[in-house]
Ligand binder design. Structure first.
Ligand code: FES
Length: 355
């Protein structure tokens, strides 16, 4: 590691703003008596942010006093971690990731642009607007090359888009954070290559924008990731419907708006099944299912899309029945399959029980 020293010029003093002091006191209070030093990174980070993204000596000493630590110990920490800047930086502090994935994707060109437009690494531009550093992986490798500017990530950069970004920041224009080519999260550059047919759409807008399955459409068996995506789409679909209801709608009115109440039994046929063997069903939900006239695995195994939506909404967790695949679990249990941990249920149809 290179030697890191405090800046030659230091302000005479440092005080947290009242708001930051209150925040700092809350942080310190998270730790048991005698362990207040555990808050040192958080307080240094807050001090740096308050001070235009660099740490002067008085701020380091202030944190040491607040935490009852020797100055040298806090100084060691501030000089060890490169996330702490020990000298002034530009108003827009650009951290360019130069680690292998970003380097292979063009970070050298981004660094060259920094040198051309801002100056050498560590130099603050004449107007005080910019400075830059090369840093190690910032954890957004999928969207390489990328930079962090103050608190935000800018990803999928090209020299052209990065240059535009600097222009916009310099001129106070609004900028777009995240992917600069419109990617959602870290999906493939050319759009989704998996889960593209789950909802019969091309998937470019992601599962949450896809239409949910038609009413009573039997579900295909899903692996965990697909079940999760499916549940997300369901939750979004149901939320959109519930948003049209008047405020104060009852759980039953909400459930009726999205699905159909499942057929109920007057009482169990003999002994009720142990519904808690379904992963996701605990004593409370079992009791509520009983109140709905649901006592047996084969009842749940027989739910179609409409009933799944009704029950999930009525129990106030739309999407969860899908995410935990209650129907598939119940189908397995109804035919003697194993329980709670879902070891066998994923191999059975999730819509109707097979006889
Ligand atoms: S390599 Fe650049 S973010 Fe990971």
């Amino acid at each position: 590691m290179s030697v890191r020293r405090l800046a030659d010029e230091q302000p005479p003093s440092f005080e947290f703003t009242p708001e930051n002091r209150a925040w700092a006191e809350q942080e310190v209070a998270k730790y048991p008596p005698g362990r207040q030093a555990s808050a040192v990174l958080a307080l240094l980070w807050r001090a740096q942010k308050q001070n235009g993204y660099w740490l002067p000596r008085p701020a380091i000493e202030k944190v040491a006093t607040m935490l009852d630590m020797p100055n040298i110990r806090v100084l060691e920490i501030a000089t060890f971690y490169t996330m702490f800047n020990l000298a002034p930086v530009g108003r827009h502090y650009v951290q360019v990731c130069g680690t292998t994935p970003c380097m292979l994707s063009g970070s050298d060109a981004i660094k060259a642009l920094c040198r051309k437009r801002i100056g050498e690494e560590g130099h603050v531009s004449g107007d005080g607007m910019f400075s830059w550093s090369e840093v190690e992986c910032l954890g957004a490798c999928c969207n390489a090359p990328m930079v962090q500017i103050n608190d935000d990530y800018y990803e999928d950069l090209t020299p052209e888009s990065f240059s535009r970004l600097l222009d916009d920041l310099a001129n106070g224009r609004p900028v777009k954070t995240g992917s600069q080519i419109g990617r959602v999260s870290s999906e493939p550059v050319g759009g989704l290559t998996a889960l593209t047919t789950l909802y019969g759409v091309d998937g470019r807008d992601g599962p949450s924008a896809a239409p949910a399955p038609a009413n009573d459409q039997a579900l295909a068996p899903l692996d965990e990731a697909a079940a999760h995506a499916h549940a997300e789409a369901e939750a979004a679909h149901i939320a959109a419907t519930l948003a049209t209801l008047p405020a104060g709608a009852t759980p039953e009115q909400k459930a009726d708006a999205v699905g159909a109440r499942p057929p109920a039994l007057e009482g169990p046929r003999g002994s009720p099944d142990d519904l808690q063997r379904i992963k996701g069903v605990g004593p409370v939900n079992e009791q509520r299912l009983h109140e709905l006239g649901v006592f047996h695995f084969d009842q749940i195994a027989g739910w179609g899309r409409s009933e799944i939506r009704w029950v999930g909404t009525y129990l106030s967790f739309p999407g969860r029945v899908d995410r935990e695949q209650w129907v598939a679990q119940a189908a397995s249990l109804a035919t003697g399959g194993r329980s709670k941990d879902g070891q066998t249920h994923t191999h059975l149809p999730a819509g109707k029980i097979e006889t």
